[in-house]
Ligand binder design. Structure first.
Ligand SMILES: [Zn+2]
Length: 201
């Protein structure tokens, strides 16, 4: 497979809702999760207290779970205190009537959170804009139409590199390094006096 074909394959996994691509979408997600599991600690909700080591740690996190049919779902978020944030999510999934948590419960088929996994992807990002860049990158990395619980690719709080213009448009691209396809996420401020295009990687 040449690089362009490979990127198109990846993009289809991320953008298509069509049932005929479902197997490859799930395979792509599983491979992405396996790569994370090889290098990061996975905290299951059943062992929530172990994750207390992440109290007051800032960063970008991944939440994932399998539904009753074995389908893998993902959610990416960022926080200045990822442990506290996970605690809020646990409570939310169990009892809050909010769009995000309704989605969690609908796909889980329950408000039982014991099979939900939490992974800190990137830590010690105290600058919020730095976290938002990494959050956006990881949203694209784990993106899928049917299995991502993130409603947006990019937070409205994300600012362009000069730090003043918000409301950025983002898109997925790639470069080839040693014959491997490396994903790149681009951003562009929609402010007409700025027009800066930048890499979110
Ligand atoms: Zn700008």
């Amino acid at each position: 497979m040449d690089s362009k074909t490979k990127f198109q394959y990846i993009k289809r996994c991320k953008m298509s809702r069509k049932p005929e691509y479902d197997t490859q979408v799930q395979r792509y997600l599983q491979v992405s999760i396996d790569a994370v599991k090889a290098v990061r600690t996975v905290y299951m909700d059943a062992n929530f207290t172990e994750a207390e080591v992440l109290n007051n740690v800032s960063g970008v996190y991944l939440i994932f779970f399998y539904n009753a049919n074995g389908k893998l779902f993902t959610y990416i978020g960022e926080s200045d205190n990822v442990y506290k944030r996970w605690k809020q999510h646990r409570y939310g999934i169990q009892s809050l009537k909010k769009t995000l948590y309704n989605k969690f419960r609908r796909h889980l088929g329950t408000n039982d959170i014991s099979n939900i996994a939490f992974v800190l992807l990137e830590r010690d990002l105290d600058d919020q804009n730095a976290r938002l860049y990494r959050e956006t990158y990881n949203i694209y990395k784990f993106k899928s139409r049917n299995y991502s619980l993130n409603s947006k690719n990019c937070s409205s709080r994300l600012r362009c590199p000069d730090g003043t213009h918000g409301r950025c448009r983002t898109w997925l691209s790639y470069k080839v390094v040693d014959e491997k396809v490396v994903l790149l996420v681009f951003g562009k401020s929609i402010n007409k006096n700025c027009n800066l295009t930048f890499v979110i990687k």
